[in-house]
Unconditional design. Sequence first.
Length: 196
Amino acid sequence: LNYRAARFLISAPTLATCPEDSGAEVAFAGRSNAGKSSAINTLTGQKALARTSKTPGRTQLINFFALDDERRLVDLPGYGFAKVPESVKLEWQRHLADYLQHRQALKGVVLLMDVRHPLTEFDQMMLGWAEQAGLPLHLLLTKADKLKRGAATNALRQVERALAGRTEQVEVQLFSSLARQGLDTLEARLNGWLRG
Ligand code: GDP
């Protein structure tokens, strides 16, 4: 699949306003600042397809990017800034859970976490929802360039151990947008989901 062909399709605040639920899509999720926008931009070879450094508290939308007529990448809202009121967080949670649980086209979830701060409360929540919905997961430990090779490998092993015993559909890898590390592995997993 040609990820460079990705084009912005639509922003939707709720499941009801998402594009028609047909074909296949893969969703990207991550706490704010996990490196999600950078990863989407790296994957698609486009500097500003997904916007980086979002304003905290801004209305969060589900952003759809079309690869072709049948396949899409989906940028899910992330949060984590203390500034966001609890009521807003709960509202986002509701839309996220709704999308993950009811979207037929959704084939898998890429969950991004900073390699230095993996498995936050947000990540655990996403893992739980994906598991409940029977969705396969691909975990990207981002900004791997920030750690020495040995430390990055240790972080990878720790996350793998923490996930042992969960669904066997979870895979974990190191990733760096800056160093363009791990792109082939990511594309291979996405291809598997989207080609179905
Ligand atoms: P988002 O909030 O998850 O979309 O995160 P962004 O993609 O906006 O990235 C958050 C911050 O991390 C920005 O300052 C990025 O420049 C930085 N960042 C993202 N990916 C990498 C990476 O692979 N390596 C390094 N060193 N920094 C990164």
